[in-house]
Design a protein around this ligand. Structure first.
Ligand code: ADP
Ligand code: MG
Length: 303
């Protein structure tokens, strides 16, 4: 059977059945990072992301600086989705033989600027030659047990929120986004977050991951979803992906408390309520006309 038949998520599910973990693993495959036993009051977070020339960027359009920035920020975004604090990174690269040495300097300038901004140490990696340029970042972080936010945990009646705006990644935003570490830390330290994910494959598909883990549905309010002026269409904004915003759910009471306290948040990023978790029915969109429409859980597909 060909991989295209089962798709990326079918493949990951299959891989997870081939793996058996020890009790030291609190969450293995299936969340934004692995969650591992660590200290009395803290979990260790561990994640990795790979960027490929031609898939995640084109060398003609993206400068090596931006590729470096993006490579680390994709993993930072996954640590943010758990409510965590990033710590140490390993960087592995595969480089074509004709690559300019100056471009590697630029790549590491990009990596360093993200590392400095988010207080991460780059502590090693691996280097090989390859036909196309590849970069892989592995990142460890930590999070207080009580602040760990999983994809799982959404409840009926939860209000759904997102940070920032969606869309525009096609026009280059995916190369210069800011991972929402600061925002995530403020949220988990001040509110009871029931579930959280970062939007890498599009709002609809990533909301689907949250809902699937809790066996629930959702109704989104079309008018409440903030769309970037760089997005071509609403449809693109909610399905194209690489927004790297946070998507999370909180109880109705916490939603009220969050809305009342937004004016004291220590950052400019907007936080908007965009819908509600319901018992079932997949993801539905409440349109301006007052009618609801069922959405197909589509987003970025690798296979
Ligand atoms: P994200 O978009 O948040 O980075 P992914 O969709 O890439 O998450 O991955 C989903 C889950 O599958 C994660 O827990 C990840 O660690 C796991 N995963 C992805 N690829 C593999 C693989 N080849 N082997 C084992 N686990 C994998
Ligand atoms: Mg993620």
């Amino acid at each position: 059977m060909k991989i295209s038949k089962i798709g990326e998520f079918g493949l990951i599910e299959r891989i997870s059945r081939l793996i058996n973990n020890s009790p030291k693993v609190i969450r293995g495959i299936g969340d934004d990072t692995a969650v591992l036993k660590f200290k009395k009051d803290r979990h260790l977070l561990f994640t990795t992301d790979m960027l490929l020339e031609g898939v995640h960027f084109r060398l003609k359009e993206a400068s090596p600086f931006r590729i470096g920035w993006k490579a680390l920020c994709c993993s930072l975004s996954d640590i943010a989705a758990m409510g965590g604090i990033p710590k140490f990174a390993l960087i592995s690269i595969g480089i074509p033989k004709n690559f300019e040495i100056g471009d590697i300097d630029e790549l590491y300038r990009g990596l360093n600027s993200a590392a400095k901004k988010f207080k991460v140490d780059i502590v090693g990696g691996d280097t090989d030659s390859s036909e196309k340029f590849i970069i892989n970042v592995s990142l460890v972080g930590e999070v207080e047990k009580k602040n760990t936010s999983l994809r799982k945990g959404a409840k009926i009646g939860d209000r759904i929120f997102i940070t920032g705006e969606l869309g525009g990644s096609k026009k280059g935003r995916h190369l210069e986004f800011t991972p929402r570490i600061k925002e995530a830390r403020w949220l988990v330290r001040n509110f009871k977050i029931n579930s959280m994910i970062d939007i890498s494959d599009g709002l609809i598909q990533d909301l689907g991951h949250i809902l699937k883990q809790s066996g629930l549905g959702a109704v989104l309010d079309k008018e409440a979803i903030p769309i970037s002026k760089d997005a071509d269409t609403f449809e693109e904004a909610i399905t194209y992906g690489e927004d790297f915003e946070l998507l999370f759910t909180v109880s109705k009471r916490e939603a009220q408390r969050l809305s009342n306290n937004l004016h004291i948040r220590p950052f400019k990023t907007k936080i908007n309520q965009i819908g509600e978790v319901v018992k079932n029915g997949g993801v539905r969109l409440l349109e301006e006309s007052g009618q609801t429409k069922s959405l197909v859980l589509k987003g970025y597909k690798h296979f």
